[in-house]
Design a protein around this ligand. Structure first.
Ligand SMILES: [Zn+2]
Length: 102
């Protein structure tokens, strides 16, 4: 195993063992609540953060409360990092097959 592959696997294992992992994209949504006397009736809309992800072919949205935002952002970043590392390990094995190396 090359030092590069060892590092990738080590980081991937660390993420899988200990890190929060969350698949999805964070999206800011603006909405009007419908109350006639609310600030949003004059265009100052409510801003909320959602996590958007598809599961089994259906798009799901999850409201992210303000105090959960840092945690959720970290979990989403860690998922992305793990996915990238997994893809790199896969590419190494693609090459192994192509070059007939075990
Ligand atoms: Zn409102």
């Amino acid at each position: 195993m090359s030092p590069r592959e060892r590092n990738q696997r080590s980081r991937l294992a660390q993420l899988v063992h200990t890190a929060g992992l969350l698949r999805g994209t964070l999206a800011v949504r603006e909405r009007a609540c419908g109350k006639a006397n609310c600030k949003c009736a004059n265009g100052d809309k409510h801003v909320s953060l959602y996590l958007v992800a598809s599961y089994e072919g259906r798009v799901r949205q999850l409201f992210i409360p303000k105090d959960w935002e840092p945690q959720v952002r970290r979990w989403v970043e860690q998922y992305q990092e793990a996915r990238k590392l997994l893809e790199e390990v896969s590419l190494l094995h693609w090459d192994k097959v192509q070059k007939r190396q075990e």
